[in-house]
Design a binder for this molecule. Sequence first.
Ligand code: ZN
Length: 248
Amino acid sequence: MNFRNFFPDYCQKQDTLSYNLQPPVVFRFLLLFFFLFSIICLHGEIKPSSIPLAEGFDFPVAPPNADEFYKSRGFRQGGHLGEDWVSINGGSGNSLGKPVFSIGRGMVILARDVHVAWGNVIVIRHAYFEQGETHFIDSLYAHLDRIDVKEGDLVTKGQRVGSIGNNHGMYPAHLHFEIHKNLNIGVNHTGFGKTLLNYWTPTEFIVKRRSCWNKPGKAILPLSHFDIPTPWSHTPKKHHSKKRSKKH
Ligand SMILES: [Zn+2]
């Protein structure tokens, strides 16, 4: 192939100026640069979107079996969409600051104070293999006193992620804990059916999956997202008193 047939004017100009570096060499360097740059960028995007499969699930307080805790309030379709956990020894009064643990391997996809009825909340996305398929759930830990992880962190089963709180004094201290089948729920109950189509009964889910098929490898994180309350959507304090009686 004669390069001059394709770029006659350019080659002529280069010849006139007697450049040592010929155009094809420059183009090759540019192509190589963009190729390497695109690989680095793609790698950066793919890496955080995969998570290791969970090998099983434990309870979020006093793991593995929550022996030192009891449910002060259970899951009910159409009503309370999670479980409230408090310390057996001393109840809510002795629960403040007790550690909260990830129920399984997963990635922290939300870890912040979203105010309103939630307060400090963590959502962890988990993948597990069951009956020949990879399934996903979100576990949610609310009203926390402390958050010890950040969004994007990969966590293991039994890893401390925070501590039990009272949502800035709004409730008696307890852990409000949910498991979502529908990964679009996040911290928004409104707009999703309050049924077992969208939620798991937390204790039932964990008891049935203390040990999952431990397939080595990773699962690609689903690209589902949920809305996160913004600081300006913070419910005014005068409304808080109405919600005190409606404990999450
Ligand atoms: Zn609750």
